[in-house]
Design a protein around this ligand. Structure first.
Ligand code: TRP
Length: 442
């Protein structure tokens, strides 16, 4: 089969960073941090990113490049019995996309609202009126997934690289402007305090501690696009001469900076407008329109901002969709076009109950969660940790830490030793402990 290639190492970096930077940074990070104690969460998040995120990131890229295959076949190429590890990835990509397309649809809705100058008098009401509808949010979700499907159809490298190069700096610039504005809001400083000054009273019991740990781990994997085979798929298109260690430094750095900026932009507004920090998935949609409302020319600002967020969401969603589509193509031999159409439609179908869970189906719950929470739980707390644990064991014990370090071009003796310890012992034990605690808490 003809294999696509990235045009350069920089192109790969941009695409991998484009996959990492998405709704996870801008929409999810601020509200998850809000629900889990602000600064305390950020400290734990950073630690887990270094100890779990970076080594798993390196391992996934190495598996992809050395085998050049889709996640299932790549894992199978290393060990015949281990295809199921890649299988977690395929399932996970599907589950994530099911709710990603719903939130992506919300972003398109807000983009069009600002473009058309719709009046948003009460942001909270506007948000709940829209999301609780049965038909309109679904149409937006369908538009989102259709756009992504169309982009993936045109191949992975060209378009993504070009878009990421422009939108990422623009997004950072826009967020800096909004942070300056947010800081001038009355009461905004409290948001910064909450976000940056650790208040350990948020951890009043061991249960709290584990809850924060579980959520931080899920967010690390989600935000870095780990455990789902995305980086195996992208690594497979990577040239032998490119440096993986550089990628493993830059990707987490860019990802973290953007999440941090998003928090600094949103939480002051949350405090200034008396929105509870536990507001959940609607946080940015309720807080930001109020900020735009106070800026002259806020309508344009709002439109540009949501357009940039939409780009970020699309570059992430296509990385997930690419996992599904290339798997279906390689497994069934059907063409990319049909595969793209089938996968996009299947994702949309799975998005229907998620969207309805904000309205008509909000009363329906399984294991005490509505469909949206359930999908989040399955991806962040079950499939991603299992996928990442599988990757650690596969790389640490079967393929061997030495071979991975060679493929990933880790040179210094100290880094190689550290990688070996982390991938064989530290990471698997931590993931296993957090995972078991999650199951006990169910
Ligand atoms: N990292 C993306 C975000 O933050 C989401 C994402 C894209 C993802 N590809 C992934 C998450 C693969 C897990 C696995 O929005």
């Amino acid at each position: 089969m003809k294999q696509e290639k990235w045009s350069s190492e920089f192109g790969f970096l941009m695409a991998a960073a484009g996959s990492a930077v998405g709704l996870g940074n801008i929409w999810k990070f601020p509200y998850i941090a809000g629900q889990n104690g602000g600064a305390v969460f950020i400290i734990i998040y950073l630690l887990l990113m270094l100890v779990l995120g970076v080594p798993v990131l390196l391992s996934e890229m190495a598996i992809g490049r050395s085998t050049g295959k889709n996640p299932v076949d790549a894992c199978r190429a290393i060990s015949k019995k281990c295809g199921f590890i890649g299988g977690f990835g395929i399932m996970g990509a599907f589950v994530i996309l099911a709710y990603y397309c719903v939130i992506g649809g919300w972003i398109i809705k807000y983009l069009t609202s600002f473009l058309l100058g719709s009046r948003i008098d009460s942001a909270a009401e506007y948000f709940s009126d829209f999301t609780s509808g049965s038909v309109s949010p679904l149409i937006y979700a369908l538009v989102f997934i259709a756009v992504c499907g169309t982009i993936v159809l045109r191949g992975v490298s060209g378009g993504i690289e070009k878009i990421s190069r422009i939108f990422m700096p623009a997004l950072i610039f826009m967020m800096l402007l909004l942070i300056v504005k947010a800081l001038t809001l009355e009461g905004g400083a409290d948001g910064i305090k909450f976000f940056l000054l650790p208040d350990f009273s948020h951890i009043s019991s061991i249960g709290d501690f584990f809850r924060i740990l579980i959520n931080a781990m899920g967010q690390v994997f989600f935000s870095l696009s780990l455990g789902m085979g995305t980086l195996i798929t992208y690594g497979a298109y990577l040239d032998k001469s490119a440096s993986m260690t550089r990628a493993a430094v830059y990707i987490p750095m860019i990802d973290f900076v953007i999440a941090l900026l998003a928090g600094l932009m949103v939480l002051p507004a949350v405090f200034a407008y008396d929105i509870p920090p536990q507001a959940g998935s609607g946080m940015i949609f309720i807080a930001l329109p109020q900020v735009f409302g106070e800026i002259s020319g806020g309508r344009i600002f709002g439109a540009v901002f949501f357009l940039l967020v939409l780009f970020a969401a699309i570059t992430s969603a296509i990385s997930l969709l690419e996992v599904l589509i290339s798997f279906v193509v390689q497994k069934t031999g059907i063409g990319r076009k049909i595969s793209a159409a089938v996968c996009s439609l299947a994702v949309f179908a799975a998005g229907i109950p998620v969207s309805l869970s904000f309205g008509r189906w909000s009363g329906i719950s399984l294991f005490g969660m509505n469909f949206f929470d359930l999908m989040n739980f399955i991806s962040d707390n079950l499939l991603m940790p299992l996928g990442a644990l599988g990757i650690c064991l596969l790389c640490g014990y079967i393929w061997g830490a030495k071979s991975v370090a060679d493929e990933a071009d880790i040179k210094s003796g100290a880094s190689r030793a550290l990688y070996r310890i982390v991938i064989r012992y530290a990471a698997p034990v931590m993931i296993a402990v957090i995972f078991v605690t999650t199951l006990l808490g169910l």
